[in-house]
Ligand binder design. Structure first.
Ligand code: TRP
Length: 330
């Protein structure tokens, strides 16, 4: 089986976008790959270092969400980045061979500087974000990495670093491939922009039914459909988009014509969508709450995952020391 690695930063609550875009996919990939799923807490620290207390809480909640969504510790290795010291050791070595220009040109670096305006992230650590990400993958010799398109530039950088390492010291690492989820387009947020924690336009996996209903009722449909008998325009309506995206396309097709002809109101559509989403999240919510009520199960998952990850990572670091030729014989 090919080895796969992916991770998420514990910086906020997981939302429907994570479920549809990443987690459902991870759950399927577990059958076909040797999977490593990582809680990237060092990467969270890079942007949250001024208020780092939330990272641990977010990590536990994220883990509960993963498990509740079907990520299975019996099939996959689930671990915490900061519990495996080899990530930072390899990060050190890769830092030595990564030219600054490569990092300064990184488009996500520039974008984050623009977007995370309130945070002071013009730091040495944050500039090195993709180097640590490369180390995360390479320390397990990860061959394929399922990520969103926004991470593609980081993966490209990781491949460049691999080529440089292999050229300098002899072949050790495979070039990790980017696995984009083409079958499911990215889920838009409640306001039609990309669903994101920083836009506050998401439905969290942990939202209560009341919150979900409130959020859905506020969604924008077609601005000129004000009364029930005004003709709608499903093609521009975000509520309709949710039906069609993945949640209930067959129902969406039923609704399409009545909406167009002014025979169906937006409130009806929203009430029904809220119901669909609430039912979809209900089993996940229940499982999540059970896991968080008694953390022993979660801690045990991490203990085992960390141990397995350390085993693989320390093996790779031995090889790295040997290849690079530092302190491997002393
Ligand atoms: N940068 C990723 C994100 O923000 C998280 C991440 C850290 C990651 N290390 C990784 C993803 C290694 C894949 C592989 O989503």
């Amino acid at each position: 089986m090919k080895r796969l690695l992916s991770g998420m930063r514990p910086t906020g609550s997981l939302h429907l976008g994570h479920l549809i875009g990443a987690l459902n996919n991870w759950v399927k990939l577990q059958e076909k790959y040797e999977c490593f799923f990582m809680i990237a807490d060092w990467h969270a620290l890079m942007s949250e270092y001024e208020n780092p207390k939330s990272i641990e809480k977010n990590s536990m909640e994220m883990l509960a969400d993963w498990i509740a969504c079907g990520v299975n510790p019996k099939k996959s290795t689930i671990f915490v980045q900061s519990h495996v010291k080899e990530h930072l050791e390899l990060n050190m070595v890769l830092s030595c061979i990564t030219p600054l220009g490569m990092l300064e040109r990184n488009p996500t670096y520039k974008e984050q500087l623009r977007e995370l305006k309130g945070r002071h992230i013009t730091t040495y650590g944050f500039l090195g974000y993709p180097v640590l990400q490369a180390a995360d993958i390479l320390v397990y010799k990860g061959e394929t990495v399922p990520v969103g398109i926004d991470q593609a530039a980081h993966l490209e950088l990781a491949r460049e670093i691999v080529r440089k390492f292999n050229n300098l010291y002899g072949k050790l690492f495979p070039e990790p491939e980017t696995m984009l989820n083409k079958s499911t387009p990215r889920l838009k947020g409640l306001d039609g922009r990309k669903m994101s924690n920083s836009y506050n336009n998401f439905i969290a996996l942990s939202d209560s039914p009341e919150t979900i209903e409130k959020k859905v009722m506020k969604m924008v449909t077609y601005e000129k459909k004000i009364r029930r008998d005004d003709p709608g325009r499903p093609s521009v309506c975000n509520v309709f988009y949710y039906y069609m995206h993945t949640f209930r396309p067959e129902r969406g097709r039923d609704i399409h014509d009545p909406c167009l002809k002014g025979k169906r109101g937006c409130v009806e559509c929203k009430k029904e969508l809220a119901e669909i989403l609430i039912n979809k999240l209900k089993p996940i919510c229940k499982k999540r709450e059970r896991l968080l009520a008694d953390k022993a199960v979660l801690l045990d998952i991490l203990k085992k995952g960390d141990r397995k990850a350390r085993e693989v990572a320390s093996g790779t670091m031995k090889e790295v020391r040997k290849k690079v030729g530092v302190f491997h014989g002393l």
